[in-house]
Write a protein that binds this ligand. Structure first.
Ligand code: TRP
Length: 335
């Protein structure tokens, strides 16, 4: 595939939901026809959180792969691969670890927030603190030029570029390439409870594999405006999850604008809006669910295995360049 190298990744901690669809899957589907796109299933990175439950992560790999394909990722155009199956990534991580100080890792705002949120304090594991270094290995192994991510991942790309510059300077080489973040145009989708972003662990997301009944139930339970008691009351748009989802999924923007005006004025009931949103989401998810159901385990395994084989040889080639630059070769023939 011609075009720039694009790399993204997801931690396989469960199947994907509407937040992933608007936040990343749609743009990946667009990017794949004009770029050389890799999508990494970041199981090793997920282990930094789930080392006590590796099975959960392994069980999610094919779930996530199914979601990718169902959402329109084409394995002929995009290379889907599994991080743990590529030893070159681990090797690169170990070499890069010498280029990064502990205090630099402790200053990473995303990691810092995660440590505070999980109340890890000084008991934070070395593996966890180092996951941004491992992410630099992912990015550089493929010489990724564009890394589509959310804002919270910007510090990772910054660190990756620091490692690239330091490595190239130290070993007088240009084998590693800097990358650029490609920020998603859509912000994070809020959960159906309106409290936080949609996520599996908060149980507030609509999944791509949800049944029509589940979708309907979830739409009906969406947070709206608690003071909008009868249809004739004026209602609040801001923080009203139904409108957030209409904004994200309803293509008829004029209609959304006019519904907002009517709702704010009073005279539009929640149930009317919810049934409209339900219809739109059912239409959005139906083809995805159907495609998902048509995918056999055998096909999904084949997709992961083909992609991993291809990714492995690319990462291996970068590792060879890195070792060459460092002067780390000993035997004459290649191992
Ligand atoms: N940290 C990313 C996340 O939590 C996942 C990830 C791992 C990633 N390696 C990557 C993203 C490399 C982009 C590039 O979502």
């Amino acid at each position: 595939m011609a075009g720039k190298v694009v790399l993204t990744g997801d931690r396989p901690t469960g199947s994907l939901h509407l937040g992933h669809l608007v936040g990343s899957l749609k743009s990946r589907v667009e990017l794949q026809s004009s770029h050389n796109q890799y999508i990494m299933i970041a199981d090793v990175q997920a282990f930094t959180d789930y080392f006590e439950n590796t099975q959960k992560i392994m069980d999610s790999i094919l779930e996530v792969t199914a979601d990718y394909i169902a959402a329109g990722i084409d394995p002929e155009m995009t290379t889907i691969f599994i991080q743990s199956q590529i030893p070159a990534l681990t090797e690169l991580t170990v070499y890069y670890m010498n280029l990064v100080s502990i205090s630099r890792l402790e200053r990473n705002p995303t990691v810092k927030a995660e440590i505070a949120q999980k109340d890890l304090g000084k008991s934070v594991a070395v593996g966890f603190l180092c996951y941004p270094v491992s992410q630099a290995a992912d990015i550089t192994a493929f010489k990724a030029e564009l890394v589509p991510v959310g804002e919270d991942q910007l510090p990772m790309i910054e660190l990756s570029n620091e490692i690239v510059r330091k490595f190239n300077r130290l070993y007088n080489t240009s084998c590693l390439k800097e990358s650029q973040a490609y920020l998603s145009k859509v912000g994070r989708l809020v959960g159906i409870d309106g409290k936080a972003k949609a996520s599996k662990s908060l149980n507030n997301a609509i999944f791509l594999k949800d049944s029509p009944t589940t979708i309907k139930e979830k739409v009906n339970s969406m947070f709206t405006d608690p003071n909008h008691i009868s249809a004739s009351d004026p209602g609040k748009i801001e923080g009203n999850v139904v409108f957030t989802y209409l904004d994200a999924f309803y293509t008829n923007k004029e209609e959304v604008a006019s519904l907002k005006v009517r709702y704010a004025k009073g005279g539009l009931g929640d149930m009317v809006l919810k049934s409209l949103l339900n219809e739109i989401l059912q239409q959005e998810i139906k083809p995805i669910r159907e495609k998902r159901e048509s995918l056999s385990k055998k096909v999904l395994l084949e997709i992961c295995s083909e992609g991993t084989k291809k990714a492995k040889s690319v990462a291996q080639a970068t590792l060879a360049e890195v070792k060459e630059a460092m002067g780390v070769f000993f035997f004459d023939e290649k191992f």
